[in-house]
Design a protein. Structure first.
Length: 278
């Protein structure tokens, strides 16, 4: 090894005394080689420490992330269980109210709408979505039943003659059977359908005068008599509340009023219990 000015030449000789190409390095590297070795060692140690630290930090972050995910899943399950329990209590309250509606419908000769209709039972449902879907179908069936059941007044007015036996309104003598209700009204006032269905008859019908008969498809039929004008035609589909005619005094009548009847499975029944849900 020789020095040349501020550089040192290093010559490597192998065991066969062959000389390799000399290497020139700054002389300061040779004089202060210990410092550089310590510096390189320190850098290596620092780099190694940084690698270990980053690896440890990454493992800690992943561990925290996994723990947080487990806690969130647990909280979600607890919340879902709480929500389901709470919603089930709400639906139990709805069940009670629907039970009352079924009671009213049954009192009018309508088959109650059971929760098990369609092969389902709400007690077997476990999720909020299933409960919601069940009751949506249940309420849709209930709405359909109510829509096709004659409820309420076809015309708002005082009842001047009830269902059952009464004196002959023309002579005041003898007793006759009155098959419906006579509802007071002014000539030309609107008469509405009390349920959805299809018009089975619309025209002149003996003592009824101008008459409409609506078949509601569930054993129920409604009759509207003494009309001054018929606004619908046979075979026409009508919805609950549709205008179907106007009050008059045609047929066997003592003055303008509406004669209203309700039939169930071919038998005349008292319409009064269908005017309200009480």
């Amino acid at each position: 090894m020789t020095r040349k000015k501020d550089k040192t030449t290093i010559i490597f000789v192998n065991k066969n005394q062959n000389i390799n190409k000399p290497i020139h390095v700054p002389s300061t590297y040779i004089r202060h080689w210990k410092k550089y070795v310590w510096a390189l060692g320190a850098c290596f140690a620092l780099l190694l420490g940084a690698i270990f630290y980053l690896s440890y930090s990454r493992a800690s972050v992943q561990l925290s992330k996994d723990q947080l995910a487990r806690e969130l899943a647990k909280a979600k399950n607890q919340t879902a269980a709480l929500d389901t329990s709470l919603i089930k209590r709400y639906y139990q309250s709805i069940d009670q109210k629907l039970g009352k509606i079924n009671k009213y419908l049954k009192a009018r000769g309508i088959k109650p709408i059971t929760k098990a209709a369609g092969g389902e039972k709400s007690d077997d449902l476990v999720s909020v979505e299933e409960i919601g879907q069940f009751y949506e179908g249940y309420l849709n069936r209930m709405a359909n039943y109510v829509a096709y059941t004659p409820l309420g007044y076809p015309h708002f007015g005082a009842i001047t003659s009830g269902y059952g036996h009464r004196e002959n309104p023309f002579t005041g003598e003898n007793v006759e059977s009155h098959k419906g209700l006579d509802i007071k009204g002014n000539y030309g006032e609107i008469v509405r359908s009390t349920a959805s269905g299809r018009v089975a008859f619309a025209g002149r019908r003996g003592g009824y005068g101008n008459c409409i008969v609506i078949n509601h498809g569930n054993g129920f039929e409604t009759y509207y008599g003494h009309l001054s004008k018929i606004l619908i035609e046979e075979g026409q589909k009508v919805n609950v509340g549709d205008q179907i005619g106007k009050i008059g005094s045609t047929g066997r009548s003592t003055g303008p009023h509406l004669h209203y009847e309700v039939h169930k499975n071919g038998k005349v029944i008292n319409p009064r219990s269908f005017l309200t849900l009480e």
